[in-house]
Design a protein around this ligand. Structure first.
Ligand SMILES: [Zn+2]
Length: 263
């Protein structure tokens, strides 16, 4: 059976364990059902997620032209503190930006390899945590817009990491942290403007991933260099497929790649 399609990040369902789906134009593939099976991935082209052309992918699934011009790739996506829609100031398309930025945003703590702070739209909880491979996470601030969440994240970065180590996450070399205790400790560093939105009472969310064998030395598969790869799927964590031979494939980092997936 061969499925052909453009890679976009795997869709997930928050169950025990997480359920993963690859959505192609004509197929909906339940990846959990492929565990312990040999699958074959082959690059057959590229398709920019914005313009749809077969051009090299620059970042986030976009070709270079789209990445630098389309509203959905503005700098405020990766750096929420640069959001300006709350001031009525346009970056690339004010209507689009208002629609995304002026919605409730969550500042959270997530533990995938270490505790880190992050920002996401409220509608993306717990999806964002699943995509990062976090085994535990907690919301600490619910801000009415992206800007306030962004400045909170920036202020907290002096006291907690904002990056994770993907190798540690995949090796499952993790420890449990008391995120309520972390939240309590960080409270005094939240900017005054965001303090009214501090969340006092909620609990940690725990996430379990479908992995039967963690890689000891994860090797990242790059389908732009190696056109084809075959291996036995032994786990899925974050947005990574994990294979028996220590190969790992980050689906999200390969958005826009057109592949043949053979089972
Ligand atoms: Zn494009």
């Amino acid at each position: 059976m061969v499925y052909t399609g453009v890679l976009t990040k795997m869709q997930t369902e928050f169950l025990e364990p997480i359920q993963y789906y690859l959505v192609f134009e004509n197929d909906f593939i339940h990846i959990n059902q492929l565990l312990n099976k040999t699958i074959d991935l082959k690059r057959v082209g590229h398709q920019c997620l914005s313009c749809g052309l077969d051009r090299p992918i620059y970042r986030q699934g976009f070709c270079k032209t789209c990445f630098f011009n389309k509203p959905l790739a503005g700098d405020w996506i990766m750096r929420p503190e640069l959001s300006t829609a709350h001031l009525g100031i346009e970056d690339r398309d004010l209507e689009y930006e208002k629609n995304v930025q002026l919605k409730p945003h969550i500042v959270y703590l997530a533990n995938s390899s270490n505790v880190k702070v992050g920002v996401t739209r409220k509608s993306q909880v717990p999806t964002r945590w699943i995509d990062q491979g976090a085994h535990e996470a907690i919301e600490i601030v619910e801000a009415p817009n992206r800007y306030l969440a962004g400045i909170t994240e920036v202020a907290l970065k002096d006291f907690v990491a904002d990056k994770t180590n993907w190798r540690t996450m995949l090796k499952n070399d993790i420890k449990d942290e008391d995120l309520l205790e972390w939240r309590h400790r960080l409270k005094s560093h939240i900017p005054e403007e965001a303090l009214p939105y501090f969340i006092e009472n909620n609990t940690e969310t725990h996430i379990s991933f479908p992995v039967s064998q963690y890689p000891e030395k994860p090797k990242s598969l790059n389908l732009n260099k190696t056109q084809q790869y075959s291996g036995k799927l032994v786990g899925i964590k974050g947005q990574y497929l994990i294979f028996e031979d220590n190969t790992v494939f980050n689906v999200r980092a390969n958005e826009g790649l057109v592949v043949d997936l053979s089972i």
